[in-house]
Design a protein around this ligand. Structure first.
Ligand SMILES: Nc1nc2c(ncn2[C@@H]2O[C@H](COP(=O)(O)OP(=O)(O)OP(=O)(O)O)[C@@H](O)[C@H]2O)c(=O)[nH]1
Ligand SMILES: [Zn+2]
Length: 199
């Protein structure tokens, strides 16, 4: 079983449990779960929910460790505009946007694809944007032990768009900096590079 296993394929029992709960919810909101269009909906919704929360069964640390390479490069590495989709833990509604991640190696670099992969691992859980930012930051800091790491997330929250305050255009930005990025010049260079089209 690798770190990327897809839950749906393994956990039929859990899928059935969640499916039964969705049947109840659909009936409770006044719909008829036996009508044609809705017959398969509880199962689809259960599979979708388990897909969107599969991060609980995955290890971000394992993913990073699987592709760390010894290398002397010690300048900034930036992966910007990583799309992310998560679920807010207060309403279980999506929040979505972009993550920008940078690190300065300290003897080891990491396979580039592993950064978006760990963003997904932490995003596919019930989250608040602040904790998601720190989960990514601390995982890279503790596993890769770089000279510095920075994470910025810009996201829109459906719980603030579809309901509640109903603000369609507000974007929330969260950030975290460790090591070299705690120095203002390094942090500013990173912030400049993620806001430019040339980086
Ligand atoms: N800090 C933080 N708050 C979040 C996030 N996602 C949703 N929230 C907020 O969580 C709060 C929950 O507040 P409550 O007053 O308990 O819930 P509510 O009555 O549904 O609040 P409203 O959304 O204002 O209608 C709201 O202010 C949401 O905007 C997040 O990622 N980070
Ligand atoms: Zn919410």
């Amino acid at each position: 079983m690798g770190p990327y296993r897809n839950l749906e394929e393994y956990n039929i029992e859990l899928t059935n449990e969640v499916k039964e709960r969705y049947k109840t919810i659909i009936n409770e909101i006044g719909e008829d779960v036996t009508r044609d269009g809705l017959l398969k909906t509880p199962e689809r919704a259960a599979k979708a929910m388990l897909f969107l929360t599969q991060g609980y069964k995955q290890s971000a640390e394992e993913i990073l460790k699987s592709a760390m390479f010894k290398e002397d490069y010690d300048d900034m590495v930036i992966i910007k505009d990583i799309e992310l989709y998560s679920l807010c833990e207060h309403h279980m509604l999506p929040f979505f946007g972009k993550a920008h991640v940078a690190y300065i190696p300290n003897g080891h670099i990491v396979g580039l694809s592993k950064i978006p992969r760990i963003v997904d691992v932490f995003a596919r859980r019930l989250q608040v944007q602040e904790r998601l930012t720190h989960d990514i930051l601390e995982c890279i800091n503790n596993t890769l032990k770089p000279q510095g790491v920075a994470v910025v997330i810009e996201a829109s929250h459906m719980c603030m768009m579809m309901r509640g305050v109903q603000k369609q255009n507000s974007v929330t930005t969260t950030s975290g900096f460790r090591g070299q990025f705690e120095k203002i010049e390094t942090r500013n260079e990173f912030l400049k590079l993620i806001s430019s089209d040339l980086s």
